[in-house]
Design a protein around this ligand. Sequence first.
Ligand SMILES: *Cc1c(COP(=O)(O)O)cnc(C)c1O
Length: 424
Amino acid sequence: MKLPERDNKVIWHPYTQMQGAISIGIVRGEGAYLFDEDGRKFIDAISSWWVNTHGHSNKYISEKVSQQLNTLEHVIFAGFTHPSAVELAERLLQHLPQNQKKIFYSDNGSTAVEVALKMAIQFYSNKGSTKRKIVAFKNAYHGDTFGAMSVSGRSLFTNPFSQYLFDVNFIELPVKGREEASFEQLKEILKTDDVSAFIFEPLVQGAAGMLMYEPEILEKMVAYCKINNVITIADEVMTGFHRTGKFFATDHINEKPDIYCLSKGLTGGVMAMGVTSCSQEIFDAFLSDDKTKTLYHGHSYTANPVACSAALASLDLYEKTECAENVKRIENKHSDFFNSIKEHSAITDIRQTGTILAIELKTNDNTSYLNSLRDSVYNFFLNKGIILRPLGNIIYVLPPYCISNDDLNYIYKTIKEFLDENLI
Ligand SMILES: *Cc1c(COP(=O)(O)O)cnc(C)c1O
């Protein structure tokens, strides 16, 4: 029996309607490519759900991970520490803004967000304040655990759980031309003096369909929160690690958020790991002779040494000039392609931030994520050996930084072909 059939008998896949679902069995990865058991080659144009930045089976990372595995595979992280966790925290803080002083480890993007929310909420409770409200953008995606779902836009993902999610004040995303309207909504909510935190995906809302907005308005919003004593939380889970052209998306602004959530590209897509960093002020609010002020949160695999070593190796690669050059190269290639097809009649919108290119296809069907177009687009590209996973009627290219110009050209050519054939 081949992998897909064996899989079908025993496995339940994420974000998959399992009725009739078939998975492709991948047995090997190399650079920007994935190979199935029949030897078919695919270009991983979405970085395996936005995590893979240096390419698959990177030799440098696997060497470092293997050294760590043979030295210390894991140790409890309460009451104990280890060199890789300390070094990773030191080095992450060098890349994060100056105001970030402490690193809290967890396992993934959702837990990084949970920890951030708990830090913000307990910050006020430790100070005896009654601030309760949290502000987030409509259509936001911050993860799939309950706290992360609560601050995410209400959608078909969250509908079955809606009555179990805590209340959040949602404001419009300040997309081009709508900046003032969105800012007014923020101002209105902050008038109440009851707002504890504002959480956002800086510059790009990923799962919402790669929706983008400008640094200037984000800067203005973060600044406004600061003067009103509202904690700002940057969810850089998708945007971090050069994805938007700078190390962090918030490097495009001068005002610095109080809390950061990192994951996905943190380990280069090699190991599951989450990080929540915070300012000294947040951290200090948990210091006390009173034990009830402790942040009682942790995971069995907190700061797993193997994950830390993958992140350290990944950081080595991010710090090379070659990485920044590749990011610039992809940005330029994207933007050339952008200009060549922006007037295409099959497109309603096209947008780019850094290495992310998103194309919105014209469609009569407005059911967004469940758009019937989605499956035909997905299969069209799979048959051409490209993994693109449209979000409804939105195709996006978010490649590993090692992708070659030839492979990018092939992806663009295939997208153009799709648009021209008017398969819509
Ligand atoms: C993917 C994502 C998350 C959730 O991360 P997981 O590791 O999938 O739990 C949170 N926030 C953003 C912005 C994301 O893109």
